[in-house]
Design a protein around this ligand. Structure first.
Ligand code: HEC
Length: 149
């Protein structure tokens, strides 16, 4: 993805990722993915609703199992998830509640590529990633045990 690399070179030149600034980093990543998506579709604008749909939609995998991002990360990205394969706990994905998220660009891209291929069978588009991060940034309230069903 040539455009993305150019956008990133510019971004990284401007400011290095800092581990504590996860929200700012997530916003920056969303801006970059939006710019890349716009270069393909001038009308693109990131959508919280599309990001949520993307996150919760179940896709049938090659093994016939239906999986969504939410299968491991739960329907609320402000909650801790659980890996459906290994049973291991996964800290919340939302940078609003987990300041370790989106601190390492290479890790984020690596996870996106891996999970999108695992779940969807293809890598996610820049538009998917822009929508998804935009959505994550709106999820700041963990489900309390009182409201959990
Ligand atoms: C089989 C379980 C599973 C599924 C399904 C899954 N993930 Fe993950 N995800 C993980 C694990 C495990 C990690 C790594 C542990 C961690 O970072 O807490 C992770 C981490 C991530 C990260 C890294 C965030 C960061 O700060 O580095 C992103 C982004 C992510 N997942 C996106 C997705 C997306 C998008 C989908 C759906 C297409 C998805 N995941 C589906 C288990 C899963």
């Amino acid at each position: 993805m040539k455009n993305l690399n150019i956008a990133l070179a510019i971004l990284l030149g401007l400011s290095a990722f800092s581990a504590q600034a996860s929200v700012a980093n997530a916003e920056k990543l969303a801006t970059i993915y939006t710019a890349v998506a716009k270069s393909k579709n001038a009308n693109f604008a990131p959508s919280v609703a599309d990001g949520k749909t993307f996150f919760t939609q179940k896709v049938k995998a090659a093994n016939g199992k239906e999986t969504a991002c939410a299968s491991c990360h739960t329907a609320n990205p402000a909650d801790s998830g659980k890996n459906i394969v290994t049973g291991k706990k996964i800290p919340p994905l939302s940078p609003m509640v987990n300041n370790k998220r989106f601190s390492d660009y290479d890790k984020v891209e690596g996870q996106f590529t891996k999970h999108c291929n695992d779940i969807l069978g293809v890598d996610c588009s820049a538009a998917d990633k822009a929508n998804y991060i935009t959505y994550l940034l709106t999820e700041k309230t963990p489900t309390t045990t009182a409201t959990k069903k």
